[in-house]
Design a protein around this ligand. Sequence first.
Ligand SMILES: [Fe+2]
Length: 282
Amino acid sequence: MTTLQTSTPLRLHHLHLRSSAPQVLAAFYEDLFELRPATAPDGLLALAGGERAVVIHSGQAGEAGTLAMAAYAARSAEELAALRARLGDIVQDAGAAGEVFFRSGAFTVTDPQGRRLLFGVPRTRREPDSMAARLQHTVFQTTDLAAVVDFYVNRIGFTISDEVVADDGAVATCFLRSDDEHHSLAFFQGSNNVWDHHCYETTCWNDIRDWADRFARVRRGIFFGPGRHGPGNNLFFMVTDPDGNRVELSAELEQVGADKTPGVWPHEEYTLNSWGRGWIRT
Ligand SMILES: [Fe+2]
């Protein structure tokens, strides 16, 4: 079977956030993540810096904290064209909003529950950040895990790295990879279809310390972690941005070969945090 990992490796490149207070949200990412304003079409606010970037869509009051699109970068125009050809009739042109950070030719797909992924080739080569933390993965809660996993694996080409399985055999969480990193996308079975979090990958434990100190400066406290996830084996903590979006900082995320058999983990706190207290989605 053709997978992204073996044919068109993709990395999460930027996010399109909806916010009812774009300026407040932008100030947070400018201050804490060292992003700077970038050119964007009317109605959009774009920020970029090093290996992280966001596009903020101004939205109605109820739209704060929702994700309009998660944008994944291909390595070349040739690989993007091959992916577009393979995906066939589910591809939609991205338009101007999809080409803020991508070259023309970017396109979107929409999953069975309405989430949009944007695929493209970045306009510019990225420079390392002064404080390392590359945008790396995003996660959603879903009311129909089986349907979305079927779409992302069998239609798009993501590969299952690990699953969390309840005592009754029901899959509770699925971690999906699009290159050699353990997951660039994941889904938790939940009672609502909501955006769960996004994550930045640092280089070591001391980076985790430095990022926690940075959030401490503005008194934005940790709500989950520090700890180590079972699936992915990464060190982590989580904070929230001004819209309540959950933001994870991570280090030591596992690398996974293309032939790895998907792992199975028990649905318990120690899977989500091997150091103790977990955050069980319901
Ligand atoms: Fe995560």
